[in-house]
Design a protein. Structure first.
Length: 422
């Protein structure tokens, strides 16, 4: 079946294209950008002048399955992802059991394929059970489909273990994703140390704990010539270190997540547990530093940092609540808020969600070009909507953006040329 998506504004950061066009799709791939060569009987979809871009590539999300299906399943995450324009997603290994065995990675890959709407690329656990004590079999996990190695929301705290992980991952052409915090300083903390946490009487950790781990792992990347990727970077001090490491030519990359450029620590006021995240929300100066990192290229990608939690995880006193926020359906909308606010150009905002993560992962997705997969998102950047917990797609409703008005609504998502949303 052939499909023509006509009357669209084609925006592709990988090629620099921003122009009207019509995509011709056949056999799940893009054939042309002007609609030429379409056979008789091709299905026509009028995009009404909306933006048609590559499907979003989410560099990091927790899916709950296996083991925590009450929070989220791969199928329910796929529903939320499609509504958010996400067509490829990298799944963290800190499930229960952890993805430290080739059979478990294959399970996640198959479950992703079964959705028909989302490619799920699993990370392999860097250590057994993501416990930080014994390395996994990197070679076997690579053969099973691991796109990288990480212990998810846990820092690889032992320096020798991190050195070995970087060395072995380099041998297999993979990177190690680090949750950057010094755990001895952050244990049992609920907020960032400072006036806000003191006033609320919350156990807190210094923001410097992030930069301390970043500094250590940059030194290990220099020693091993391995590739370290820092997840959800949230402080200006850490970004300064990463910026310097890049200037030195080290294999150091990083991402951030929407809460760290859209919210600051005041969002936890009134003990709002939906805004309890890991890492915790920071001061306004750090939020502005993250925005600058997005603008100047220090930050390589924006990830959803999706961490599904159920009501029982959040409807408890703040210090006892589980950290984490749902982020799939809001990934594009909150990123576009920085475009509407004048902090980022549209092309740069979409680059951070499409071609940049594709480049990091070595994927052919993330571009509008003949021969590329027809993984696409259609959205109206001016169309407003409101984030309402309880009404979001998927199981997870614990959005830190609950009640937030956004501009930029996904109206259609295609996976391999098949419409999966809208």
């Amino acid at each position: 079946m052939s499909l023509i998506l006509r009357n669209a504004r084609l925006v592709c950061p990988a090629t620099g294209r921003d122009a009207p066009g019509s995509l011709l799709i056949q056999d799940g791939r893009i054939v042309s950008l002007d609609g030429t060569g379409a056979p008789e009987g091709a299905e026509l979809v009028d995009c009404g002048g909306a933006i048609l871009a590559p499907g979003l590539i989410d560099l990091r999300a927790s899916l709950g399955e296996p083991g925590q299906e009450h929070r989220e399943t791969i199928e329910s995450a796929a529903e939320a992802a499609a509504a958010g324009g996400i067509t490829t997603l990298c799944a963290l290994p800190d499930s229960d059991p952890a993805l430290d065995d080739p059979a478990l990675l294959q399970f996640v890959l198959r479950k992703g394929e079964a959705t028909g709407s989302l490619t799920v690329l699993p990370y392999g656990a860097a250590t057994r059970g993501c416990a930080g004590k014994e390395m996994t079999e990197f070679g076997l996990l690579c053969e099973a489909g691991a796109v990288g190695f990480t212990d998810g929301a846990r820092a690889i705290a032992d320096a020798r273990m991190m050195r070995l992980a970087l060395s072995y991952a380099r041998g297999f052409g993979r990177f190690v994703v680090q949750h950057p915090e010094e755990p001895s300083l952050t244990r049992n903390a609920s907020a960032t140390e400072g006036e806000m946490a003191t006033r609320m009487g919350l156990p807190a950790a210094p923001a410097a704990a992030e930069a301390m781990m970043v500094a250590r792992d940059i030194a290990l990347a220099r020693l091993t010539r391995g590739h370290v990727h820092f997840a959800h970077v949230s402080t200006g001090a850490a970004l300064d270190l990463i910026r310097a490491a890049k200037a030195e030519g080290l294999r150091v990359t990083c991402d951030t997540a929407p809460p760290y450029f859209d919210l600051n620590e005041t969002a936890i006021g009134d003990f709002r547990t939906y805004a309890k995240l890991s890492p915790p929300l920071r001061r306004e100066a750090d939020r502005l530093a993250v925005v600058e990192g997005l603008r100047d290229g220090t930050i390589d990608a924006i990830a959803s940092d999706h961490q599904p939690r159920d009501a029982d995880d959040k409807r408890v006193p703040f210090a006892q609540a589980e950290a984490g926020g749902a982020g799939l359906a809001t990934l594009l909308g909150v990123t576009l808020a920085r475009f509407h606010g004048g902090d980022l150009g549209l092309m740069r905002a979409l680059e951070l969600l499409t071609s940049a993560p594709a480049k990091l992962l070595g994927l052919e997705a993330g571009r509008l070009a003949p021969g590329a997969p027809a993984d696409l998102v259609l959205f109206n950047p001016e169309r407003g909507w409101k984030v309402e917990a309880g009404k979001l797609p998927g199981k997870a409703q614990n959005s830190p953006f609950d009640g937030r008005a956004l501009e930029g609504r996904v109206t259609g998502t295609w996976k391999a040329g098949r419409r999966v949303f809208g």
